[in-house]
Design a protein around this ligand. Structure first.
Ligand code: PRE
Length: 281
């Protein structure tokens, strides 16, 4: 179970942080499945493509994102150290600030949401949706925003992961040395844990196959037993091997997106955070 940041002590525990990353895999896969039910609807991503009565020239998604973030900013979403907005010039909260313990050192200066936005819009959406236009613009953009928010939270969680690694007594001195030398490559090497990444990708594939199954043609017989028909039920998944299973979201794409973007961007956040970890000391 993940600990609430409000009660998170000064030393975040790597195991608990990893539990949160594992839980966010579920959130992200389900959000992608939700988006994939609609067509690509590329016009929502093209600036100037939709006619706004007030003359707004950006894309429909950018407009929608800004409006949603304005509301969320007012209820102090972006004061939480694990939440980062995609847009700027947001309004002040209408509520008094919460008292977050200062776990991170300079938590807000790293925000790579622009990179996340580009990867999501240009790589993920065309991959998980059917080409074409079904006019479900609002529904598609709503799902896009849910996907983007979950991805942003996951990737910026790298700051907490980096802080816990920095504080680990076994590697603390080595981190301090690399930070003082501003040795980016060595930091990347130090924080990389290849077996954890490998396990994550395997788990992700299994989850994307399991969560992505369409059970609509399954039925219950008179004993209440599931009759799967042509549906590849969960039990079959564990050893599905290389045989392709038809799912609501392309599981290979989910895996390659994590491998090529989500994990590397998380590591980028970790390195950037560490490079500035001693700035104020
Ligand atoms: O779990 C960690 O140690 C992390 O730093 C997170 C993460 C990831 O993005 O999932 C990134 C780098 C590591 O190589 C392994 C996993």
């Amino acid at each position: 179970m993940s600990r609430n940041l409000l009660i998170l002590g000064a030393a975040p525990n790597l195991g608990e942080l990893r539990d949160t990353l594992v839980r966010l895999e579920d959130t992200i896969i389900f959000a992608l499945i939700e988006r994939s039910q609609f067509k690509h609807n590329s016009s929502i991503y093209e600036p100037g493509k939709m006619h706004f009565k007030d003359g707004y020239q950006g894309s429909f998604l950018s407009w929608f994102l800004k409006e949603v973030e304005c509301v969320h900013a007012r209820v102090r979403r972006y004061q939480s150290p694990d939440e980062y907005p995609f847009t700027d010039n947001l309004p002040e909260p209408v509520l008094a600030p919460l008292d977050y313990p200062p776990v991170l050192v300079d938590p807000s200066h790293i925000n790579i949401n622009d990179e996340i936005f580009d990867a999501y819009v240009n790589t993920v959406v065309p991959g998980i949706t059917v080409a074409g236009d079904d006019t479900n613009y609002g529904s598609s953009a709503t799902r896009d925003i849910e996907c983007l928010q979950a991805l942003s939270r996951r990737i910026h969680y790298g700051k907490f992961v980096a802080e816990s690694k920095f504080q680990d007594v076994r590697t603390h001195d080595e981190y301090v040395k690399c930070i003082k030398e501003q040795n980016r490559d060595r930091l990347m090497e130090l924080l990389t844990n290849a077996p954890v990444e490998e396990l994550l990708l395997k788990r992700l594939k299994a989850k994307a196959i399991i969560y992505g199954q369409d059970l609509s043609s399954a039925s219950l017989d008179s004993n209440g037993t599931v009759n799967s028909g042509s549906v590849p039920l969960v039990a079959a998944v564990a050893d599905c091997g290389e045989e392709r299973v038809k799912t609501r979201v392309d599981y290979d794409l989910v895996v390659s997106f994590y491998r090529d973007y989500v994990i590397p961007l998380t590591k980028e956040v970790e390195v950037e955070y560490l490079l500035h970890r001693l700035d104020k000391e």
